[in-house]
Design a protein around this ligand. Structure first.
Ligand code: FAD
Length: 496
């Protein structure tokens, strides 16, 4: 009597492959579409989803419910205690409603793929078609191969292949048509599914009121908010992206990662919109800013392709096996200092405090903060990876794991381990005026120049201000840290 679309990380109506196909089939059959969303708190725990992200998803769900209602599409919203019971619930619902077709979009992590595999079996037993779609990546994982038929492990050649694949398959960027309005009888039959209350986040994932209000202001939820943010960025900022993207104080990036992560914006939509404002309508020519931005969105695809081909990266293992033998330090005190933004390296501390306050960190700062943990403090990068997930509003396993792999050199396409970021030089280069640091490290307001980047090393007035305001001294000495890192990484690799 209906066709179901099961929403997961695709909380939008527009440009949604699974929903679009569900809509087309429903129209052909003369029936309606029913949306389903099933929360399993265990999933959020297992994936270390931050409270900010849970809140964002629930707010986006509310918007989705309203958007669907305009099309007379009901949205079932249910909770199951154990995540292993999600497939059972979905089959139960389909049977209860007499549904023979269920669509969804694929998620690529091993647990999710196993769940979908189970669903195919369960649905088959009930004579239901279960039809998961590629939607999350612009180019579906597995489509790009090196000359010798292998998966790329290096970004640049992969990216060239990605661009040329899209140019030869322009349909990949086509907008998926939205579902039509449901026929009136669906509204009667599923009346009980309209306006059902959206559940609260589980206790462990609940934000306090003040934080919740702040997040709502910083990160408006839902697909209309996403599309407004994207349009504003493309109108005002993308042209200068290449020159400005590395400077956190300029706030010059799109800040749409939260929407890509929750699926309130498809990566396809972003790339298509950027291509359309490019004079050449191509991905690899025309305006440098636009090209550069599309190549950043491509990183998101790249790390998903890596994850699908080498799923062991989801199992707490470094991409490069030889890095399993690095002997990490064990220092809860240093980890705590890093996590709370009290390392005595202002750029690292500003980055961490910004993360804690906003749920977001600029890409350059993610690299600096991650490198500092893995190389200066020589703490296991996986601790940092987890901490980021637990605090980022845009937490996304593949991109986060990829970023941490890159920064610790244990990942795919790595920096060689002997390239160790100097936090002071990074700071002077990418926050030259110290604006970002002073915004987040209140103790250093009133300092300037070198005094902001390295108050104690600069001495004089800056050191006095820092000391008076209780700003910590560096918890590790730079030269010592660099030498220790090189030695320890080398030893680790030598053990293999
Ligand atoms: P823009 O510069 O405007 O880029 C546009 C979009 O491209 C982003 O929204 C994002 O979807 C994608 N993108 C850009 N850079 C990358 C990248 N390096 N890897 C993957 N996708 C990228 N990104 C996440 O979405 N979630 C994470 O959990 C995450 N963790 C990271 C951890 C580390 C250690 C590092 C170094 C990077 C991480 N990134 C992560 C990637 C990147 O920092 C963010 O995507 C970016 O800062 C988001 O801001 P923006 O939307 O303004 O990006």
């Amino acid at each position: 009597d209906a066709v179901v679309h099961w929403f997961k990380r695709d909380l939008r109506v527009k440009d949604n492959t699974g929903l679009s196909l569900a809509g087309a089939l429903a129209k052909e059959m003369g029936v309606g579409v029913v949306g389903v969303w099933i929360l399993s708190p265990q999933d959020w725990e297992a994936h270390l989803v931050s409270a900010a992200k849970c809140d964002f998803e629930l707010r986006s769900l509310e918007v989705l419910q309203r958007d669907l209602k305009e099309l007379d599409i009901p949205l079932y919203v249910g909770t199951v205690e154990k995540r292993k019971d999600v497939p059972k619930r979905l089959v139960q619902l389909a049977k209860e409603w007499g549904v023979k077709n269920v669509f969804c979009n694929l998620e690529y992590e091993p647990d999710e793929l196993r769940r979908e595999e189970k669903l195919v079996r369960l649905m088959l037993e009930e004579d239901i078609n279960f039809d998961p779609q590629h939607d999350d990546c612009v180019v579906p994982p597995g489509s790009l191969k090196t000359g010798t038929g292998r998966q790329y492990a290096v970004y640049t050649p992969w990216y060239r292949a990605w661009v040329s694949h899209i140019h030869t398959h322009p349909e990949l960027l086509l907008e998926r048509p939205g579902p039509p309005k449901n026929p009136p009888f669906t509204r009667q039959k599923f009346a009980h599914l309209f306006d059902v209350p959206i559940p609260d986040a589980p206790e462990t994932k609940t934000l306090d009121e003040e934080t919740k209000t702040r997040m709502e202001k910083l990160w408006p939820a839902g697909e209309t908010a996403a599309s407004e943010r994207l349009t504003r960025f493309l109108d005002e900022k993308v042209g200068q992206y290449q020159e400005t993207r590395n400077f956190p104080a300029l706030k010059s990036t799109a800040r749409v990662s939260v929407h890509h992560a929750a699926g309130t914006l498809a990566a396809r939509t972003s790339v298509r919109a950027a291509r359309d404002v490019n004079s050449t309508k191509k991905l690899d020519s025309g305006n440098g800013g636009i090209r550069g931005w599309m190549s950043e969105v491509a990183w998101r695809d790249f790390y998903r392709h890596v994850l699908v081909h080498w799923p062991y990266v989801c199992m707490n293992k470094p991409f490069k096996h030889e890095y399993t033998s690095v002997a990490w330090e064990s220092s809860p005190a240093n980890f705590h200092a890093w996590a709370t933004g009290r390392t005595g390296y202002p750029i690292v501390d500003a980055a961490m405090r910004c993360l804690l306050h906003t749920g977001y960190m600029h890409n350059r700062l993610r690299m600096i903060a991650a490198s500092f943990l893995a190389k200066h403090l020589l703490l296991d990068w996986r601790l940092g990876e987890q901490f980021f997930m637990l605090h980022l509003i845009d937490g996304d396993f593949a991109s986060n794991n990829g970023g941490w792999g890159f920064s610790s050199s244990a990942g795919v396409d790595p920096q060689p381990y002997f390239r160790v970021f100097n936090p002071w030089l990074q700071s002077e280069k990418f926050d030259a005026e110290g604006t970002f640091i002073r915004e987040w490290v209140g103790e250093l307001r009133g300092t300037v120049g070198k005094g902001t980047h390295a108050p104690y090393e600069a001495g004089g007035e800056a050191a006095r201000v820092a000391k008076k305001n209780g700003y910590p001294k560096p918890i590790v000495e730079h030269k010592f840290a660099r030498a220790r890192c090189l030695e320890r990484y080398k030893e680790g690799l030598g053990r293999n």
